[in-house]
Design a protein around this ligand. Sequence first.
Ligand code: 2M8
Length: 429
Amino acid sequence: MSAEQLRDAALAVLHANDLGDWTKPAPRLYPHQWSWDSAFIAIGLAGVDADRALRELESLFRAQWEDGRLPHIVFNPAAADYFPGPERWATAELTSAAPRAPRTSGLVQPPVHALALERIWQVGSAAIRKRVESLLPAAIAWHRYLATARDPDGSGLLSIYHPWESGTDNSPRWDEPFSRLEVGESPPYQRHDLKHVADPSERPTQAEYDRYLWLVELLKEARYDDAAVHRSHPFVIKDMLMTAIFATASEALVRLSDSSDVAAWGKRAADGVMRSVSADGLALDWDVRASAPIEVKTCAGLSPLLLPALSPEQFRGMCALALGPQFAGADGLAFKVVPSTAPGSPGFQSRSYWRGPIWPHMNWLVWRALRLNGEQAAASTLREQNLGLLARPGARFAEYFEPFTAEPLGSLDQSWTAAVALDWLAATD
Ligand code: 2M8
């Protein structure tokens, strides 16, 4: 497929998933608005239609909670076929901080949004820039929520309460904390996800799903109150990927807003991630309840790459890890791109959701970091390898790909896959 054909196909996917002011992540599997998907979609659309890209974020921020949190799902009232839906989350019933309309989940996702706002600001007209400026107070409130409610002890590291908050749902990152989790009674449920994938083994297991739902019940018991959750919730993890994205997004938000608060939060977060780097160079999530690092080799461990202000030496070390034999340079990969878990490491499974397959938007984050740090040649190679994967016959902008065969897995026509392809195709170097 030529670059032009790939661009047209990516635009067609985004067009087909477009519901007016926001884009569903996938045609059937994900029929609502997801937070970090929308941020990547806005990044991809910025160069095509800055107004439409900005509307993606404006609609998401309309669902922001009073305490500043930006929900991970904004429910589409017209889409009933999804579980857990708004009744199960019951956010508006349980806390006055949640909006009555639109209905939302009670979780968050990684804060990529300021990167999207900056991208739109860079390409936008004066009128678009004015609209970006009017979103900045909401973006700062979002960062304030994370820097305070999710970091009550001021360590710089942000806590997550559920694997869905990490965005890397069933990553081996959560195996150890899940092995200690005692699952209680929760109301019966029917999974929605299995109806929309060819092979159930590509999705989280039933045992994982029971844990996901149990954690939701516990968050409901705490009425989504952060102080209560920090006191008693059994799953509280200092998440490196979330924190590093927060640090780099804070830097972008400072460039837009000049806020000294945001600058301080971003710096504290970056320092926290750097303090969490283990002897082998990967940053390790911290399990608060076990008071222990989570020793796995996943793409989240590469998070220091994303941080602003790494020394050239630190950056080169991280690059060598990301592109070397443990990740993108691993033996036998179909394309030299970063897989979600280091091939052959404990918990790696090549076809199972976040346990090994390639996620193009994660590669986009690495690519952006390479460019920002002047590693132009490595950035171009990573971009070309990813575009090569996406241009294969039948690749269809899949949600994720088997790393050794490049087989498309999960949902086809996934919006953020198309969006990052568009951004890569627009890059001139
Ligand atoms: C996946 O997460 C949802 C739950 O939020 C799911 O598994 O049903 C993850 O890949 C997440 O990162 C992503 O935002 C979402 C929609 O693409 O799907």
